[in-house]
Design a protein around this ligand. Structure first.
Ligand SMILES: [Zn+2]
Length: 142
């Protein structure tokens, strides 16, 4: 049987180069969670409550091109759900308080945790995406 396949596909083995720094993964996650540019840490990541700035003024990382979309809310719901449901079960089992008192405790806890975690989680997701190179082709740089 003749070999009709022209060439075998080979994956790109070189790491993609970029014009901005590429810190280790954990550092990029922490910088993002702290609201700093995941690439250099030299400038704020956000240009509002949850709006990511278009580009880092220090290292020119294209932060605005990283589309975190629904990942941060999913992660926050997952985390807050576990904390609140676990707390509710513990209150039911050990505290013996009324349902009204449970609601009075758990409702502010839920809202506070959700609002408090959303920004750091979004920053960490943006840091993860930047570190993994999850950019549109045009924004990857040279
Ligand atoms: Zn930067």
């Amino acid at each position: 049987m003749p070999d009709t396949f022209p060439t075998r596909w080979a994956p790109e083995r070189r790491a993609p180069s970029s014009a901005w720094p590429q810190p280790p993964l954990l550092r990029a996650l922490l910088r993002g969670a702290l609201g700093r540019c995941p690439a250099c840490g030299g400038a704020p990541l956000f240009a509002g409550w949850l709006r990511v700035r278009e580009a880092c003024p220090v290292c020119a990382a294209p932060l605005g091109r990283l589309r975190a979309d629904d990942a941060p809310p999913y992660i926050v719901v997952f985390l807050v759900g576990h904390v609140v449901v676990g707390t509710q079960f513990a209150l039911e089992r050990y505290a013996g308080i009324s349902i009204g008192a449970e609601i009075a405790l758990l409702l502010p806890l839920t809202v506070g945790l959700a609002l408090g975690l959303l920004r750091p989680v979004k920053g960490a997701v943006v840091g993860l995406m930047l570190r993994l190179g999850m950019l549109p082709e045009a924004a990857r740089g040279g």
